[in-house]
Design a protein. Sequence first.
Length: 506
Amino acid sequence: MKKAMIAVALAAVTALALSACGSGGSDTSSTAKADGGPLNIGEFADVTSWDPSLADIGFDGPYLSAVYDPLIAVDGDGKPVPALATSWKVSDDFKTVTLTLRSGVKFSDGEKLDAAAAVKSLEYLQKGARSGEAYASVAGFKAVDDKTVEIDLKQRDDMLLYFMGIGRSYVMAPKAIDAGTLAKDPVGSGPYTLDKTSVAGAEYHFTKVKDHWDSKNFPFSPLAIYPIQDATARDNAMLSGQINVNYADDTALKQAKENGWNVAAKVSGWVGLQFTDRAGAKFKPLGDVKVRQALNYAFDGAGILKAVGNGAGKASDQVFPSGLPGNVESLNSTYKTSIAKAKSLLADAGYPNGFELHMPMSQVFQVWQPVVDQTFKQLGITVTWDDMQYMDYQKNAPTYPMFVAFISMDSNPVASVQRQINLPQWYNPTPDVDAYPDVKAAVEKVLTAKPSDQVGEIEALNKLVTDKAWFDVWYQANNSYTSTSNIQVTPVVGMMFPTLRQIQAK
């Protein structure tokens, strides 16, 4: 997904950010209590779209969760929890999911939530340019009765509830869907409504809905969200009291320590070399596991994390998020840095003097370029950098045998298997699983395992692909947030900015 690259542009290289927030913010130095208080969020990006079918999971969490309710939400570990759906049941053959809906919910235009309204939203989301990914395995939706929705699957899909929970099950008012006006005029049943005093691109103000069914999880009033791309401007807004929640860079983390603010952090994506030709079809060296292993041994992930990542993350050799199911802590010592070992492996593979290749480069990734140059030089590898603009990098990088990458991760371990290993993605257009029968078999075991056995099979797959140097992971980078002492943020892997459910009065 493109959100991973954009995350780097916004978070890792803040010098590229161009705009600051508009005026009109209220002072947030007063205490926010469980029964009210201001919440002014400093976001690093403007809302992608108020239409949930076009919105971005990573960036739009605070915006959309203000005005829409989801059928399913997630907790801090990315596990699905009830929202508009009070419960759900998965059939024994894993091909039917039955949702039971909450009663007494109304949209802001007065329409009532029932199964027919939920089905209309789900069908709309399935057709969505962005949201459709969540429902690729769905054969159809059915309103069984006013409170019951049935989702019929073409095949087992262990990612469905997770995708629904991280932003792909927002329910929209039926009349608003028919009108085609959601992109500019959101109509949902959420805890807030978008106020007319909002200024698009600068500041968004929200009015709290009286007697919302889940008001205890949305205690703040008033609410405002300020899209502030420039990190310095965002940090200054936090210091001045204009905002009380900030997507944090290194400066913001230092400010938090000096001011006694809360800091919340969790890994969000992995940094390293993404291989796109593990079969060696276009670039023979990468088809040899010894070459891929050599590159893993050569790069000092812990050193790169300290020098470039300011220590905000965890040195790692794997793509499964630290602290979550599927991650195997012992695998992080698989490739202890050794240039000697790397050279020996290259020699064994038939490349004692290295090799030559082209790699893409854009301004966003130049912070890591010197590390690659230095390491490759020690190995005798000659790289020619093809400079390009950031958007061209997104499009062209996967056409190279490998490229410097920041790839977002998921809380759900099956989603990690599918997105990082098994299924084509923009950053991994040819997964090459078919070229490795043992990897293919291990993936199949994951996808067919009983739920109670699945994590064990995922860990076995993780070990296999780490040993095969499926990637060259240097470290897993944090998403960090600062908030005033009375507000607590809970980061969620898979969301660049969490929803309002993850921002609570402390």
